[in-house]
Design a protein around this ligand. Structure first.
Ligand code: PLP
Length: 398
C-alpha cells in the first residue's frame, strides 16, 4: 500500500483526496484491499457498479468483445452500438442515442444539441440554459458553467456565458428566469451531489408545462439516477414527465467508461453529420458491457430488489434518526439513492465507517450518501446500519 500510495501521490495530479486504501478486487457488493481486508461497498464507484462489482454477465460480454474487436472509428457500424441504441430507445421516451464516454461529455452533447436546435428553429440569440442551484453536471467548461455550485467555479472564471441558475423545486423562480433568450432547462430529476434533493410531487410536471408553453427544451441529467438507481429504469418514469433530452453515464456500462445522450427524433435531427463526435464514443467493448447491463436490469429482478431494499434501507435509517435525533436531522431518497443529513460534520463518521469495513461518502459536509449496488441484500443493509449505530452511540455518549 505504501508503495502504491507514495507512487500515486508523487506522480499523479493531486485532484483527489483519497482514503489510505488501495483496492485490488471486487465481487458483488464487496471490495478487498491488497492485504485481503474486506469492505462493504455502499458507494459502488459513485453509483457506477449498479449490478455489483464484476457482474458475471458484464465480464462475459466485455471479455467476448475484447477478443473480437476492441475499437474501430465511428466511420463504421458496429453491432454492440446498434444493440444498445435499440434497447435504450425501446425502453425510454427517446428515438435516438449519441454515445460518448462520461457524464460530462453526455451533458456537453445535450447543451450543444439544445443550442443547435434553437438556432435552427429561431435563428441566433436563443442560447441561454437555465440550471438549478446545488446541481452537478460535470467538470468541463460548459458543464462546470451549468453546475449551480460556486465552490466548483472558483478560480476558473470567466465561465462559459449563457447559464442562469434558479433554486430547485421553485417553479416561480423558473418562470421568472425564462426569457426570449432561453433555449433549455437542464436539471437532475433528483439532485445527487447537491445532497439527494427530491422534487415535490408536482414540480417536474410544472417544469414540463412551462417548457412546452415557452418553446423551451427540457433536459434531464440522469447520469447518477438513471440505469435503475431509483427503482425504475430511469428516474423520470416515477414522475410521469418525459424530457426532450436525457443524459446517462456512470452505471451505463457496468463500470466501463460510457455515456449517452438520448433525444426524440425531432430534436435529434438538429445534429447532422459533423455536428458532434467522439473518437471513443460507442466503443464496442463498453457498448457490449452496456448491453449486458440493460438486459440484466430488464430481465432479472434488479429493479424490484432496488425498490424493496431502498424502502428497507430508508426505514432502518429513519430508525437511527429516531434514536439519535440530535445527530441525524433527515433521511430522504428514492430507491437506492438515499441521503442522511446530520447536524454534525459527516466526514469523521464516514472515516470511522471505513475503519469498520464500510465504504460510504459524504456530500456538502453533512449529508451521508448511500449508493449501494442494486443487488444489495437485507443482511448487508443490517450490517451497514449496525456499524452506523455503533458510531452514533459512541458519539452521543462522548
Ligand atoms: N451529472 C451528474 C448528475 C453527476 O452526478 C455527475 C458525476 O458525478 C456528472 C454529471 C459528471 O459525470 P462524469 O464524472 O462521468 O463526467
Amino acid at each position: 500500500m505504501k508503495d502504491i500510495a507514495e507512487t500515486t501521490d508523487q506522480n499523479i495530479f493531486q485532484t483527489y483526496s483519497r482514503y489510505p486504501l488501495a483496492l485490488t478486487r471486487g465481487d458483488g457488493i464487496k471490495v478487498w484491499d491488497e492485504k485481503g481486508t474486506e469492505y462493504l461497498d455502499f458507494l459502488a464507484g459513485i453509483a457506477v457498479c449498479n449490478l455489483g462489482h464484476c457482474h458475471p454477465a458484464v465480464v462475459k460480454a466485455a471479455q467476448e468483445q475484447l477478443e473480437q474487436l476492441i475499437h474501430v472509428s465511428n466511420f463504421f457500424y458496429t453491432k454492440p452500438q446498434a444493440d444498445l441504441s435499440r434497447l435504450l430507445t425501446a425502453h425510454s421516451f427517446a428515438d435516438r442515442a449519441f454515445f460518448c464516454n462520461s457524464g460530462a461529455e453526455a451533458n456537453e452533447a445535450a447543451l450543444k444539441l439544445a443550442r443547435k436546435h434553437a438556432y435552427e428553429r429561431f435563428g441566433g440569440g436563443r442560447y441561454e440554459i437555465i440550471t438549478m442551484t446545488y446541481s452537478f453536471h460535470g467538470r468541463t467548461f460548459a458543464t462546470l458553467s451549468a453546475t449551480g455550485q460556486e465552490k466548483f467555479h472558483e478560480g476558473f472564471q470567466p465561465l462559459m456565458p449563457g447559464f442562469t441558475y434558479v433554486p430547485f423545486n421553485d417553479i416561480g423562480a423558473l418562470e421568472k428566469a425564462v426569457s426570449e433568450k432561453t433555449c433549455a432547462v437542464l436539471l437532475e430529476p433528483i439532485q445527487g451531489e447537491g445532497g439527494v434533493n427530491l422534487p415535490s410531487a408536482t414540480y417536474l410536471a410544472e417544469v414540463r408545462h412551462l417548457c412546452d408553453s415557452r418553446d423551451v427544451l427540457l433536459i434531464f441529467d440522469e447520469v447518477q439516477v438513471g440505469m435503475g438507481r431509483t427503482g425504475e429504469l430511469f428516474a423520470y418514469q416515477h414522475f410521469g414527465v418525459e424530457p426532450d433530452i436525457m443524459t446517462l453515464a456512470k452505471a451505463l456500462a457496468g463500470g466501463l467508461p460510457a455515456g449517452a445522450m438520448l433525444a426524440g427524433d425531432k430534436v435529434a435531427q438538429s445534429f447532422t453529420s459533423g455536428s458532434h463526435a467522439s473518437t471513443f464514443g460507442g466503443n464496442p467493448v463498453a457498448m457490449a458491457a452496456a448491453v449486458a447491463v440493460m438486459k440484466e436490469l430488464l430481465e432479472a429482478d434488479v429493479l424490484e430488489n432496488c425498490r424493496r431494499m431502498g424502502a428497507y434501507l430508508t426505514r432502518r435509517l429513519a430508525g437511527l434518526k429516531e434514536k439519535y435525533p440530535a445527530l441525524i436531522t433527515d433521511v430522504r431518497g428514492k430507491g437506492l439513492i438515499v441521503g442522511m443529513e446530520l447536524s454534525i460534520d459527516g466526514r469523521p463518521v464516514v472515516q470511522q465507517c471505513l475503519e469498520q469495513g464500510l465504504i460510504l461518502v459524504c456530500t456538502l459536509e453533512k449529508i451521508i450518501r448511500f449508493l449501494p449496488p442494486l443487488i444489495v441484500g437485507q443482511e448487508d443493509i443490517d450490517r451497514c446500519v449496525d456499524i452506523l449505530d455503533r458510531i452514533f452511540a459512541e458519539m452521543q455518549a462522548s
